[in-house]
Design a protein. Sequence first.
Length: 438
Amino acid sequence: VNITPFAYAATLSSVVHIALLASLNTTDDPTLLDSRVLFGTSLDVTLVMETLDKGETPNPSTASTESTPMEATAKAIDPTPREVELQSTITELEMAMESHKRQNLALEQTVEQLRKHNRQLENETLSSRQDHARLNLALDDAREHNERLTNDNARLVSELEDTAQTQSTLATANARLTESNTALDYQLHLEKAAAGSLDTKINAERRQSAVLAETVRTLESERQQLQHDLSAASQRNLDLESTIFERDATIEGLALKQRPTMTSDTPLRQALPNETERIIDEQTTAAHKLVSVYTNAESLQASATSTTRDTPKAALVKADPQSTAAESFLAVRASSASPETGNAERDSTPRQVSGNKKPIYPVFAKRYGTEGEVQLKVSISPSGRVDTVTIQKSSGSDLLDKAAVTAVRTWRYHPAVRDGQPVATTDIVPVIFQINSS
């Protein structure tokens, strides 16, 4: 129990007085006491004994006042042991009170220190409360941060699930690609085997190409000979025209000088057209032979090209302006003849010549069952050659389109005729690729 120093001192003083009164009341025989009253103790405590006849206790202050004159006159009385004991007890009590005062002073100092410590604790408590408030704010921030981290963690978990699903999809796709790669490897193996067989065929066709090259060289020699014959015929035609012109001039001069002699020149005039027709027939025959040679050479060249890609350069027959001139000569000869010669002038459309090569079905397209139809727009020159080939409608397969264009570029036509003259024109060529019909 916490007791203040003042309360402790008051309590101690009360205990001392109570003990003193109790000791006075414990007299063995109160009748032995007389009516004398003791005065002047060190504590100024007046002990008044009850009188035997009244049984009253006078007021201590009154008794003290009344006993003052008596103290001077009364005879000194020796203190009794009881009084000595009381005096000793009082002295001890005074010493105890002095000690208690010192203790009280020490307690007051301790209380002051405790008050200072209490104020310090209050300041520390206030600081602690402020720190606690700051910690609460920091705790709230930490909670918000924790919530954000929780949300981020949930988002990351969702992203990880999506990533796992994506990885599963990629693994499935990878397995499919692996299967496809295996199938492609097997197909590549088959194609390598087919390529080996094709190489064998190519070697055989190369040997055949060498034979064709020799044939082409022979035909080229014949073509040169026919070209030489055609040139000689053309030169004879020019010479004949010059002779006819000179004779016509001579005949006209003679007709002016001597008109009666015209009858004698009639056989000469009749012989000139016959000679002209003979020379023209020779030129026509030579031109036909030259065109036939070119046609055969191109057919051989097309066969050699279709059999192998490694045809020797000597076997390739290039377009010759002289062959074009021969064909033009035939076209003009057929279109410019007069009705008297039996060749009437007429218009015609372009027609394919016989022997045009058929498009080659691509190996890979045929192997995978690719079919389709290609419509090509072909520009034809007046000589019957193909100038340009454009795709008007695709088949949907680049392999089929390229095969059709490659083949049609080598075709030959009978040129279109307008007003008796060969003219350039166009033609629409449908090329159908079907596996059964190939």
